[in-house]
Design a binder for this molecule. Structure first.
Ligand code: ASP
Length: 347
């Protein structure tokens, strides 16, 4: 039978218990992870979306030669930003509905507890580098649009047309076929028409000193409304890093990641003692739970995709997604493509 306790006597009991430290052990055991993680040895490691297989190798190689964790991660993701064949990032990324490529990126440097980001940046191939400049040389965290471009130009970046012949053609096909009543005649559908193309690169790295950094860069959702930014430039959503715990980031439907502060939440799950894989999986569960009905099939499974990538201070890596997917990881010895943990088998 429950014993009735008045508010006054409860507070009195709690206060004296704290004073006498009777309740402290249970409070401490509710948050055991940081102490555990701090005591473990760190190592060179990196985790990223699958398109970062070359990037994780580059980042680990650079960190082993003494390069800072964030600088190494930037060099890793720049491989994709500069690759005209990666149509989800940087140069060659698919444009918005007006045919303009708008890029988003954000980064965090664990050791110095700093962050930088750019949103809807036009005409600059490597938004990751501009995000790092915002972090290093300003008292701000996020610059967007025209201001972000002017900021980049002031540091000597060249303005270029980010559309490749292939990404322009994909956009022209999409525009021609977008509606029955528009004024463009339909053309044969290319492979980029129809399903919305998403993609991005998120990378999280550690070195042997236990220093951690994270970065995410993207051209965002193809054919998006001009000015739309997703999760990638949002610190705490597209990526997050806490040098005491670990780092995490995401790819997939950015709006759904923002709804659960996905990068931050995954790091918080690791703070509570979860492995990187379990932490990412738990964030996937939360994202499904926070999905509006229109984003769910009748059986409750999501009609979109989201993947979270995580690394802890010990350099252990993992990733999880709604449906089976792949990611890239480097354990200090070699870079491999691995299967993500997942919530639902492929539909
Ligand atoms: N998360 C990115 C965005 O919503 C896109 C993606 O990763 O596919 O902009």
């Amino acid at each position: 039978m429950m014993k009735h306790t008045s508010r006054r006597s409860f507070l009195g009991t709690a206060a004296s218990a704290v004073a006498g430290s009777a309740v402290v052990p249970s409070l401490v055991s509710a948050f055991p992870a940081p102490a555990v993680l701090r005591s473990r040895a760190s190592k060179f490691a990196a985790v990223s979306s699958a398109n970062g297989i070359r990037g994780v190798a580059r980042a680990v190689e650079l960190m082993m030669s003494g390069i800072d964790t964030l600088d190494a991660a930037v060099e890793g993701v720049k491989i994709q930003e500069l690759d005209p064949n990666d149509n989800s990032v940087g140069y060659g990324g698919l444009p918005n509905e007006a045919g303009v490529v708008q890029l988003d990126a954000s980064c965090m440097h664990g050791p110095t507890k700093r962050a930088g980001a750019v949103g809807a940046l036009e005409g600059i191939k490597t938004p990751s580098e501009v995000a790092r400049l915002v972090m290093k040389y300003t008292d701000h965290i996020l610059l967007v649009g025209e201001g972000a471009k002017r900021f980049a130009l002031s540091y000597g970046f060249q303005e270029v047309d980010l559309l490749t012949p292939e990404s322009r053609e994909a956009w022209l096909r999409w525009r021609a076929n977008r509606g029955k009543d528009d004024d463009y005649l339909d053309v044969p559908r290319g492979e980029d028409v129809g399903a919305r193309v998403t993609g991005t690169i998120n990378m999280n790295v550690t070195n042997a000193k236990g220093e951690i950094s994270s970065i995410t860069t993207t051209s965002g959702l193809s054919w998006k409304i001009p000015g739309r930014v997703g999760d990638s430039p949002i610190v705490g959503a597209g990526q997050y890093c806490d040098n005491d715990i670990g780092a995490a980031g995401s790819t997939g439907r950015g709006e759904s990641c923002i709804m659960v502060c996905g990068g931050f939440l995954t790091v918080e799950h690791m703070r509570q003692g979860m492995s990187p894989t379990d932490a990412a999986l738990e964030t996937c569960r939360r994202a499904v739970a926070m999905s509006a009905p229109r984003l769910l099939h009748p059986d409750g499974q999501p009609n979109y995709g989201l993947t979270f990538y995580a690394i802890n201070k010990a350099g252990e890596t993992g990733a999880a997604s709604f449906y089976p997917s792949r990611y890239a990881a480097h354990d200090g010895n070699e870079a491999t493509i691995r299967d993500t943990a997942y919530l639902f088998p492929r539909r």
